[in-house]
Design a protein around this ligand. Structure first.
Ligand SMILES: *[C@@H]1O[C@H](CO)[C@@H](O)[C@H](O)[C@H]1NC(C)=O
Ligand SMILES: *[C@@H]1O[C@H](CO)[C@@H](O)[C@H](O)[C@H]1NC(C)=O
Ligand SMILES: *[C@@H]1O[C@H](CO)[C@@H](O)[C@H](O)[C@H]1NC(C)=O
Length: 313
């Protein structure tokens, strides 16, 4: 959690409740309480046992559970899918520089070839097969906007493939909320999550895709270690270490291209992309989500809310 508006406001609101109501200013306490929980986009089985009992109890006792997006709603999924597509009639081959397009194609062919050997017996036991998984993640890639192809390539690594098939923590909580017949909602619209990514300009996207491919190509050649892996993320999450810099490099989100070995003009581009994402995906969203959370708490003061948002935000 970056200490944006949302974090600060919650800290003030919940502090007295957490400390047993000792605060001078009882008027700033929520009664009944509401809860704010930082989720992570990794298989829930990797983190569930580390989540404290009081958090699980808060979830069970809440009347209403709010997420960033409602991932159990088929509309959300189809809106996300179409927001990621190029305009009608356009194709990646027409849009991307030739060199990038061909490297991308070659890389995806490599992934497709490797994927069967990456799948675990557990995954196969669940009926999850490489062909199906490849199509679910990368099918239709030639119709996707370059920025989404870049994120996709970033998530097509052996470790990430091995973790597919178990719901990620945020989805698991949504499924549990549904199973427990809780009222659910979302504080964001699909467009609000999708459009900022689509707003990166062309030269920035080509740079980002080029860097992502360079990383993956050296990974393939065995000469590169991804600096911030999902494993690190899980370790820090399980230790409750949210302030760790690792959360500025949430691998399931936007990769970091700032790299000391880049030539100066490319380092500037990397920095521009980083500050664009920070502004659009963290600061602006924190404020917007904070306002909506505040309105909900004020409009339904007798309800206990459980807000489950990405901890990396
Ligand atoms: C993209 O944005 C950067 C930084 O704002 C700018 O320097 C560059 O000229 C823009 N490129 C295009 C193609 O608009
Ligand atoms: C990709 O990046 C490399 C290294 O930074 C650079 O030399 C090359 O020109 C880039 N390719 C494209 C198409 O931008
Ligand atoms: C840094 O950039 C260079 C040149 O583009 C690349 O070879 C290297 O893999 C990059 N390192 C990281 C950690 O991204």
């Amino acid at each position: 959690m970056h200490h944006g508006l949302l974090g600060l406001w919650f800290w003030q609101k919940t502090q007295c409740c957490l400390s047993g109501g000792e605060s001078q200013d009882q008027s700033s306490c929520l009664d009944p309480p509401s809860y704010f929980f930082g989720t992570i986009h990794v298989p829930y089985t990797r983190v569930w046992d580390f989540i404290p009992e009081n958090s699980k109890k808060a979830f069970q006792q809440s009347h209403i559970v709010y997420f960033e997006l409602d991932l159990t709603d088929p509309y959300t999924i189809s809106a996300l899918t179409s927001c990621q597509l190029l305009p009608q009639g356009e194709n990646l081959q027409d849009v991307l520089p030739h060199d990038i397009y061909h490297r991308l194609k070659r890389h995806l062919e490599y992934i497709k070839l490797m994927m069967p050997s990456w799948m675990t017996p557990d995954q196969r036991g669940k009926g999850l097969y490489a062909d199906y998984l490849f199509n679910a993640i990368a099918g239709n890639w030639e119709r996707k906007r370059p920025v989404w192809v870049m994120l996709m390539v970033n998530s097509l690594t052996e470790v990430d493939i091995k973790s597919r098939g178990v719901p990620v923590l945020d989805l698991y909580l949504a499924q549990e909320a549904e199973r427990l017949k809780k009222q659910t909602g979302a504080v964001e619209k699909v467009e609000e999550q999708c459009h900022p990514l689509n707003g990166l300009n062309f030269s920035q996207v080509v740079f980002a895709l080029n860097q992502t491919l360079l990383q993956q190509e050296s990974l393939r050649a065995g000469s590169f270690q991804i600096p911030y892996t999902t494993e690190d993320l899980i370790k820090h999450y399980n230790c409750g270490d949210l302030s760790s810099i690792i959360f500025n490099h949430d691998t399931s989100q936007v990769p970091n291209f700032i790299n000391a070995t880049l030539p100066a003009h490319e380092r500037i581009t990397a920095q521009e992309i980083d500050s664009y994402f920070r502004q659009e995906l963290i600061y602006k969203r924190n404020e917007r989500m904070g306002r909506r959370v505040k309105n909900l708490l004020e409009d339904y003061p007798d309800k206990t809310f459980f807000f489950a948002f990405g901890a990396g935000m």
